[in-house]
Design a protein around this ligand. Structure first.
Ligand SMILES: Cc1cc2nc3c(=O)[nH]c(=O)nc-3n(C[C@H](O)[C@H](O)[C@H](O)COP(=O)(O)OP(=O)(O)OC[C@H]3O[C@@H](n4cnc5c(N)ncnc54)[C@H](O)[C@@H]3O)c2cc1C
Length: 286
């Protein structure tokens, strides 16, 4: 991926917040939001998996005009008068300063999560995503997304079943959060993927943390192991694309899970290298 400093933000535009809804329950420590924004320009075109930049106005350190961060476009519609309406899935981030030990708010995510309907935002993009949907609809797709990494896959699944009208290859989605309650787009309010359970080729599996209170990692391994044969057959099939998205931790968890079902770390790394060499492995980690 190009670095943030290389993004072309020379033509910023204004977006208006239409809605901002918390999709994790109040009892959850994680604040993840479904934010819908309306863009002024009708000619905004993007591909599934692309992202958009939020430009947070200063003052910032080193005299920077904007603090720039990217958010994946999770869904798109049009208003009655033809304006693009984009859905984004945003997690409120915090970080602990390693020297002082103090907790700081992530600038862009907190700014974004605090906006209310009617607020104006400065944005730029779209920016090309790391993912590409194969042309051939017999291709299998294995998707793994943790936390807000679900955003591109929401757009994917909608695109292939609603816009393209169906998919013949297998589509398998493994996704997870720290607790079942935080299962984005799978709780009562946002049970989005359920719309696709009738599709013969689509299956989604959730992975949750076994010990959420202790901040244990998400049990992606268990979820993958329960489907070990199918997952391993898919990754060995030359007609499969693998997509991985979310916080850096998703890569490690996936490697651990896949090494188990492959029989060894070495076997998995070898297959992963082949997938990468064949351009069948795509990842978006942040
Ligand atoms: C292509 C792409 C797509 C993305 N899509 C999404 C998405 O759909 N949804 C989503 O929620 N996020 C997404 N992200 C992540 C998002 O862009 C931001 O990185 C995230 O929201 C945090 O930004 P922030 O400005 O709130 O935090 P920042 O203020 O930038 O801080 C965030 C991180 O910076 C580090 N950091 C910064 N300053 C310090 C310091 N002084 N000491 C220690 N650590 C520090 C920490 O690691 C911290 O976790 C995406 C990222 C990329 C690259």
């Amino acid at each position: 991926m190009t670095s943030l400093a290389d993004l072309d933000i020379s033509k910023p535009f204004v977006a208006t917040v239409v809605s901002n809804e918390r999709i994790t329950p109040d009892s959850s420590e994680e604040d993840i939001r479904n934010i819908v924004i309306e863009l002024d320009q009708e000619d905004f075109t993007y591909n599934v998996g692309d992202s958009i930049a939020l430009l947070v106005p200063g003052p910032h350190e080193f005299g920077k005009e904007y603090h720039v961060r990217l958010y994946t476009i999770a869904g798109g519609e049009k208003t009655e008068d033809g304006k693009p309406l984009l859905t984004l899935c945003v997690k409120r981030c915090f970080y602990i300063d390693e020297y002082s030990g103090e907790k700081y708010e992530g600038k862009a995510s907190n700014y974004f999560c605090d906006r209310v309907p009617g607020d104006k935002l400065t944005m730029a993009g779209p920016f090309k995503g790391a993912f590409r949907i194969p042309e051939d609809e017999d291709t299998n797709m294995l998707m793994v997304g943790l936390g807000t990494g679900i955003a591109p896959f929401r757009a994917f699944v909608r695109h292939i079943y609603d816009e393209r009208g169906g998919w013949k290859g297998k589509v398998r989605l493994f996704f997870g959060a720290k607790t079942g309650l935080e299962m984005i787009y799978m709780n009562d309010k946002q049970d989005d993927f359920a719309n696709y359970y009738d599709e013969k080729t689509f299956k989604a599996f959730e992975a949750v943390s076994p010990r959420p209170a202790l901040d244990a990692p998400i049990a992606l391994d268990q979820s993958i192991e329960q489907n070990a044969q199918e997952v391993w057959d898919m990754v060995r099939d030359p007609d499969t694309y693998v997509y991985v998205a979310g916080h850096e931790q998703v890569g490690e968890l996936l490697d651990q899970a896949m090494a188990k079902i492959a029989g060894s770390e070495e076997k998995w790394q070898q297959r992963k290298a082949e997938l990468k060499a064949g351009k069948r492995w795509m990842e978006l980690m942040y």
